[in-house]
Design a protein around this ligand. Structure first.
Ligand code: NAP
Length: 274
């Protein structure tokens, strides 16, 4: 049996807004585990020293913006998923004292797709955005049977760099409209939608009628893009579902027991409303 973590943390900058403490602490209380999950704000120049302290404390936890790629470099061992994404969002200290990392955003994205029945063979997927989370999306998509990707990003060289890493990308589109033209699944992996006055990542009118809409972004009462998609009868889901599943998979990786997803979902919804 694995040794229990000495601390459980979320490392990010900023982290005050994060819903993960509400999600994880509800699960810990329900499971009767005597530990609290705490968010710690770590500036990039303090990450290395923090990692040393966390390893000494046998901590486990999550990593969020902007540290996921750097954390992968600090880990002594990463699994195949984290290696493919080149980013770690979940870590623990193994029994041989090695810092290990994985990436549960990939499984979180699959859950988002399952929620709206989008995880189907031969999906034609438009991905908008080419940042860290888009790499997790690509890693998930290349495990789907026969999926192909049309990619659009505001900064084209970043999209080209992602295509060089992921052969599943068939097209780097010049516009978001072009990327979604033939898509059966459309994914927003940009940060557009975080603010109420953000423009939509792509016009809903450009989507095929049967396209499923997956938004990695979440807001207290769904995102404007998801709302607009539902008004036009698209199956659509926002990023809360992904946040829940990446947290549930992390909990299971740390503790080796089933995550209480219903309890976590309720805590997440309550925290999001606040
Ligand atoms: P990131 O690495 O900073 O990438 C941000 C992406 O958004 C880039 O493609 C960037 O394009 C694009 N972007 C930013 N502002 C834009 C604008 N005004 N117009 C068009 N494109 C814009 O961030 P990330 O880690 O990929 O995260 C992206 C979003 O996913 C975040 O909002 C995050 O909250 C969300 N997310 C959610 C979950 C979840 O569990 N639900 C997990 C991970 C991430 P450029 O390259 O042109 O700058």
């Amino acid at each position: 049996m694995r040794r229990a973590p000495g601390r459980l943390v979320l490392v990010g900058h900023p982290v005050a807004h994060s819903l993960s403490p509400a999600l994880q602490n509800a699960a810990l209380r329900y499971a009767g585990l005597p530990i609290t999950y705490e968010a710690i704000d770590v500036r990039p120049d303090a990450l290395e020293a923090t990692v040393h302290r966390l390893v000494a404390a046998r901590a486990a936890g999550n990593v969020t913006i902007p540290h996921k790629e750097a954390m992968a470099r600090h880990c002594g061992r990463v699994d195949a998923v984290a290696e493919r994404v080149s980013a770690v969002n979940t870590f623990r200290v193994a029994d041989d004292d090695v810092l290990e990392g994985t990436n549960t955003d990939v499984g979180g994205f699959d859950a988002l797709a399952r929620e709206v029945g989008a995880l189907r063979p031969a999906a034609r997927v438009a991905v908008l955005g080419a940042g860290g989370s888009a790499a997790a999306v690509m890693t998930a998509l290349e495990r789907w049977s026969g999926a192909t990707v049309a990619l659009f990003n505001r900064t084209k060289p970043r999209a080209e760099a992602l295509r060089a890493r992921f052969p599943i990308v068939e097209l780097v589109a010049a516009t978001a409209d072009e990327a979604v033209r033939d898509a059966t699944v459309v994914v927003n992996a940009t940060s557009l939608g975080l603010r109420a006055d953000d423009p939509l990542p792509v016009r809903i009118e450009s989507l095929r009628p049967e396209a499923a809409v997956l938004d990695l972004v979440y807001r207290p009462r769904e995102t404007a893009w998801v709302r607009a998609a539902r008004e036009r009868k698209h199956a659509a889901v926002d990023g809360l579902c992904m946040l829940l599943e990446q947290g549930a998979l992390a909990f299971e990786w740390w503790f080796g027991i089933a995550a209480p997803r219903d309890v976590m979902r309720q805590a997440l919804r309550a925290a999001a409303r606040e």
